[in-house]
Design a protein around this ligand. Structure first.
Ligand code: PBG
Ligand code: ZN
Length: 323
């Protein structure tokens, strides 16, 4: 009797064989590095639970981009942290708002990188909600024109890709219309289409001062128990003309990354969020796991699931390790 008919270990017997058989390769070009830019800051401030990650002043952006570029990273996602908040998030769409300043600066110093920017209201509203709070709820239809204004102002500052993250219904339609009205036909929309109500955003919220001041985001973010609802979010963004869809968070949501990849032809991004980064850092610092190895495993598995683009705070670390 032949035993075993198939010996898969033959394919793993040497480094050369293993390389030949490799099915998933992440490249630096797959990665997007998120950068938090804070108004009124002098220098940089560490983000406590995220070792190696800082909020920076606009002045430091050129160096930060230069460092990422030297490592081979070609895309960044900018988020602003403003000094002033109000009920309607005025500084989110101000000409000299912090995100607009950051985008303009990034554009002027780097024509060779893709500049993306998060488009939301929660850092800018006094309520910390992603839209306008009125009569006991976040009012969807009052909020989407403001997201359009945010997107148009970022486009005027020179952004390549806007990433609406408020989970308002119709946000892609509103953003596309606001962009096109001003002739920004070539600014792409990467919607945070299936953004789940997750406990893993808290390091970002702490750093960006965007924690809701009352209630939470359960009325607008997707419940993590509902995969069909997540696909419906993706589908409706595609109907609204989105260019890139996103699943967020990434690590525990790879079934959705994979399903979106199979169902649709639109490019798929996965956002490896702040809490996911913090988990790895915390376990590494306690000596429980090897953070570098875990990071490569996580990013490779996100790619394996079908992500075309990975937004990750580990981008620089990964770029240093990649061959
Ligand atoms: C704001 C926003 C959040 C994140 C990105 N944009 C927080 C939230 O929705 O509460 C989270 C990103 C991260 O955790 O890395 N809409
Ligand atoms: Zn928000």
């Amino acid at each position: 009797m032949r035993f075993p008919a198939r010996r898969l270990r033959r394919l793993r017997k040497s480094e050369g064989m293993r390389r030949l058989m490799n099915e998933t390769l992440i490249t630096r070009e797959d990665l997007v590095y998120p950068i938090l830019v804070q108004e009124g800051l002098d220098g940089r401030l560490p983000v406590g639970p995220m070792e190696g990650i800082y909020r920076i002043s606009v002045d430091l952006l050129e160096d930060e981009l230069g460092e990422a570029h030297d490592l081979g990273i070609r895309a960044v996602m900018l988020s602003g942290i403003p000094e002033h908040k109000d009920e309607v998030g005025t500084s989110a769409y101000a000409k000299d708002g912090i995100a607009q300043q950051a985008v303009a600066k990034a554009r002027s110093c780097r024509s060779d990188m893709v500049i993306m920017a998060d488009a939301c209201l929660c850092q800018y509203t006094s309520t910390g909600h992603c839209g306008i709070y009125k009569d006991g709820t976040v009012d969807n239809d009052l909020s989407i024109p403001l997201l359009g204004k945010v997107a148009a102002s970022l486009a005027r500052a020179g952004v390549d890709v806007v990433s609406p993250s408020s989970m308002m219904d119709g946000q892609v339609t509103a953003v596309r219309a606001a962009l096109d009205r001003e002739g920004h036909q070539n600014v792409a929309i990467m919607a945070q289409s299936a953004k789940h109500m997750s406990a893993l955003y808290s390091p970002f919220r702490e750093a960006a001062h965007c924690t809701p001041q009352f209630e939470d985001r359960i009325e607008y973010q997707v419940p993590y128990t509902n995969p069909r609802e997540a696909m419906a979010e993706v589908e409706s963004d595609i109907e609204e003309g989105v260019d890139i869809i996103m699943i967020k968070p990434a690590m525990m949501y790879l079934d959705l990354v994979s399903e979106a990849r199979r169902r649709f032809t639109t490019p798929v991004a996965a956002y490896n969020v702040s809490g996911e980064y913090a988990l790895v850092r915390a376990a590494h610092s306690k000596g429980h796991i090897d953070g570098a190895k875990a990071t490569m495993e996580i990013l490779s598995c996100i790619k394996r699931a079908g992500a075309d683009i990975i937004i990750t705070y580990s981008a620089k670390e990964a770029a240093k390790m990649l061959p």
